[in-house]
Every structure is written in structure tokens, then in C-alpha cells.
Design a protein around this ligand. Sequence first.
Ligand SMILES: [Zn+2]
Length: 331
Amino acid sequence: MPFFGGEKLHAIYSRAQSGGYAYMANNIAEENVLLGLLAGYTERRSDLVVQVSPGAAKYAGGGDKLTGLRILSYLIRTLADNYPIGVFLNLDHFTVNEMDIIRTAIDEHLVSSIMIDASKESFEENVRISHQVVEMAHGNNVLIEAELGKIKGVEDEVASADAYYTDPDEAAEFIKRTGADLLAISVGTQHGVSKGKDVVLRTDIAKKIRDHLAEKGLPIPLVLHGSSGLLPEQVREIIRYGICKLNKDTRYQYEYARTAHDFYTAYTAAIVPPPGVPDKRTGLFSGSDWTPDKKIFDPRVVGREVQARIKEVAIELIDQAGSAGHTITGG
Ligand SMILES: [Zn+2]
């Protein structure tokens, strides 16, 4: 099925909102995680939301974010044609420093949605920047996600927990003035590695935000960042309060590293010469009787292991979010 833009993305979030389920939004920086996601989402017949952060774009572009975004977008849009599900691309945490890239992403139809993160700015400045991006995107089949409240990073100093939470009254004013299509809220989760058992998830705040927005005739989908460490029951609970998109990045990063670690640890003897054999890589050990095993060290071999594991994790997370069986064409 082809890649889809913002109008179709809006349709699937709205359906999720009324149906009481959500979509995981899955960060990628390279192809193995993407292929694993496509396999998992296809097996569960769920539409797939992929995300690219500025850091991932920079990585994929050899240091140049726009180059990396074009490469990853092309990869995603081209692969999407070969799978029976709807595929969408969101830009994750783009800021005022990336305005030129945001403009190009819209003009070249590289993405379905963009998150503009001006949450570190004052409320007025956040409104101004977010509204500016909404103006650029609307009419061009691109949705805009904005953020209100601050989502902690695990390394951030915690001054006062209350200062981070999204204010429900401000949320309604913010959406009214910016016209943003989705709102990322802060209700206690953290970016990076956090422990769900220690996270105080303020579902009461999420509920208030949802209710305030609905009262004002702005029933937009809400987004939760920093959800990798949440327990499955916490995910299911927060979805009940209007969260339609949950960002997942760190979990895939860990699964990638763990899979590669376990694989190479199991096959050390195929890669590292045994004691007594000199570690002479020039000529690939041609001066000794020992030979490394190409059937193991070919990077595609561990790549396929990573893809298989990401597929399993994707299925686990689809089942938490409840998006299985929901595709844009009902296929
Ligand atoms: Zn985030």
C-alpha cells in the first residue's frame, strides 16, 4: 500500500480516538528497525507510524540532516508500496532551528506529519512558533503536533515536578491559537530509560486535558512521549484518557543492541581468532590456518536477527496499543 500524508493520518488517529485504541509511533535511524516494524505491523494488519528525529536524520545523512531526511523518507515511501498496510512518517522533535528542513519536508512531500517542539520556550513563544509551522503545513496534507509542558529527560535536573506537567486550561488556549492537529502532553513520563514502576503517571491530568479540549470543541488526539519504560497496564490505562499516539524509541534501541550483543557473543569463535592465533587482519588471517566465518560476520546476518527481534517487539507493542486489525483500507 502506498505511503500516506496528513489527511489519512488524521483519519486513522480520529478512528483510534473514538475506538479507544492508539498507535505506537516508532523511531528509526536505519533500515533494520524499519524492516522489522514493517514485518510486525503487516502480521498484525495495523497501519504503521514511523518517526525520524533530527539526530536520526543527521546520522543517516552522514552529518547532514536534510540529506538524511530525504534518504529515510525515500526508503520508507518506497518500501511502503510492498506492504499491505498504510505507512506514515512523522518528524519527531524538530525545533525552530530546523525551520528550513521543515519547509523542504512540506514542499517535497517527504512526511505525513511534523512535531514542532517549542516547549522549552515561553508559552507565547511556543504559540508563535507552533502557529507558524501550522500555517506552513495546512493545505499541504501535513499534520502538526505541538508540545505543551516539558517532558523530562532522564538526565535533567528535577526542580519541581509540577512545573513540567501540561496545564489543562493552557492546553485549550494553546490549541485554539496554534491550530495544531495533535498535542504532546507531559503527564509524568520521561525520555530515555525510565522505570515504569517509578513513574507516577498523572492520568488525572490527561483526563482533564482531554475533557477541557472537548468542551471547547477541540477534541484533538493527544500524544505521549517517553513511553518506552511504561508497564503494559500503564499504556492501556493512559489510552483510556485520550492518548492516540505513543512514542517508542529507546525500547528499539535496546533490543537492537541486545540482539547484536547476544548474537556476537554466541558466535565469538567464528569472528575472533582463538588464543595462539595472531590477530592479523591484513589479508584476513591468510598467514594462519584459522579463518573467520563469513556466514556469521556478514552484517546482513546480524541484521536479519535484529529485524526478527524488532518484529516480535513491534507485535508486543501493537497488542498493547490495540491497533491490530486497523488499516486504512480495512485490509
Ligand atoms: Zn519525545
